[in-house]
Design a protein around this ligand. Structure first.
Ligand code: NAD
Length: 267
């Protein structure tokens, strides 16, 4: 399967280092013939490895704090100039919880920090879509994706306020998906990904134990970064042009399981 994204222009948020899901997505976009700009928060550009990826892929980097409407507008305007036209696809691959970072228990959260978490992890998705909508920056039939987690639907106690962030994120995909489909046949979806070993993932308490539990619960095993990137490419491509307003599980079957003998060591 080659050139699925030939002639398409994209913006990839959230590649921090070579473990980031967005890093793999950016590499596969180029492999499939797209041209892209890369973006991350200014602080992440100082501490992460995004410059290395930009050089490798010959893609320009435009810093943007995803909570700033001014930064998002600048990113969308400059990306269209650099790439030479309207944007065909965008990946929102952003997550951060202040209360998780500060190791607060769920029953004792700081609500100012919670608002910051929602702003970075979920409201930024609405801000991005609203900015693109008002600038008319997306091409007809384009595709917008964000990455989510099943804690939006089920209880995973250590995921804390990120559970509500993901519920909000998925809801924005549905609601904005309606308006964007009507305006320009632009699709908006979320991918609900398996636990994945990245900087954001590993910040969750008990992550490595939970990673192996999920791996045993999922009949196909945990979906890894590379397969997640493949799924993103399929959703950016024209092959999925009628898929919108969905939360799509990419989890090796985890979300449909009740019990697995592997977890109980019965098999
Ligand atoms: N790793 C997992 O287990 C897992 C599972 C399901 C979903 N996800 C989701 O995948 C996405 C990508 O995370 P990842 O696991 O690749 O980790 P990651 O740490 O590599 O990526 C998170 C990114 O968010 C960026 N970011 C934080 N604040 C920002 C801001 N204000 N503006 C712009 N960017 C900002 C970071 O700089 C970083 O690049 C997140 O939405 C995460 O919740 C991850």
């Amino acid at each position: 399967m080659n050139n699925l994204l030939k002639g398409k222009r994209g913006i990839i948020f959230g590649a921090l280092d070579n473990k980031s899901i967005a890093w793999a997505v950016a590499e596969k976009c180029i492999e499939q013939g797209a041209i892209i700009t890369l973006t991350n928060a200014p602080v992440a550009l100082r501490f992460g490895q995004l410059n290395e990826l930009g050089e490798k892929l010959n893609s320009e980097i435009i810093p943007a704090d995803a909570t700033s409407m001014d930064d998002l507008e600048n990113l969308l305007v400059k990306s269209q100039e650099i790439l030479g036209g309207k944007i065909d696809f965008m990946l929102h691959s952003i997550g951060m919880s202040v209360n998780v970072r500060k190791k607060k228990e769920y029953t004792g959260l700081n609500h100012d920090w919670m608002q910051k978490t929602f702003d970075v992890s979920a409201i930024s998705f609405h801000k991005l879509m609203q900015t693109a909508y008002n600038l008319d920056a997306m091409a007809q039939g384009g595709s917008i994706l964000a990455l989510s987690y099943i804690a939006a639907q089920r209880v995973f106690p250590d995921y804390s306020e990120m559970a509500e962030s993901k519920a909000l994120l998925e809801s924005f995909a549905r609601s904005f998906g309606y308006h964007y489909a009507k305006k320009k046949q632009v699709r908006v979806n979320t991918i609900s990904q398996s636990p994945t070993i990245t900087t954001a993932g590993s910040g969750v308490k008990g992550f490595s134990e939970f990673f192996s539990y999920a791996d045993k619960m999922s009949p196909l095993g945990n979906a890894d970064t590379s397969s997640c990137a493949d799924y993103c490419i399929s959703l950016f491509s024209d092959l999925t042009r009628m898929v919108t307003m969905q939360n799509l599980y990419h989890d090796g079957g985890f979300s449909q399981m009740g019990m697995s003998p592997d977890v109980l060591n019965l098999s």
